[in-house]
Design a protein. Structure first.
Length: 116
């Protein structure tokens, strides 16, 4: 299993970024795919998740601004981030959790910095 996150960068407040998580060795229907983020000195927290049947959930702090989607043909999960705020700055990680075996996989993070 490999998870390759990309798309981070530097953006001004109010701007947008789209993160991608390319997954190999994953079948979306039996995994929960989750984006987490970790700011310096803080714990890693859930940002958005999608279950095997396509249901999504978001942290309150990003509801209405972030949208998680997945492309099963490309085996890729996306996180569209709009109206970015400085407090969204963090390293963003992609996670895959197998709902039957409980196997848990992490990709390398991608840095998002929101600053003027």
């Amino acid at each position: 299993v490999q998870l390759q996150a990309s798309g981070g960068g530097l953006v001004r407040p109010g701007g947008s970024l789209t993160l991608s998580c390319a997954a190999s060795g994953i079948i979306f229907s039996n995994h929960i795919m989750t984006w987490y983020r970790q700011a310096p000195g803080k714990q890693r927290v859930m940002v958005a998740a999608v279950t095997g049947d396509g249901s999504t959930a978001y942290a309150d702090s990003v509801k209405g601004r972030f949208t998680l989607s997945r492309d099963t043909a490309e085996n890729t999960v996306y996180l569209q981030m709009n109206s970015l705020k400085p407090e969204d700055s963090a390293v963003y990680y992609c996670n895959a959790y197998h709902t039957i075996s409980s196997a848990n996989y992490w990709g390398r993070g991608t840095q998002v910095t929101v600053s003027s």
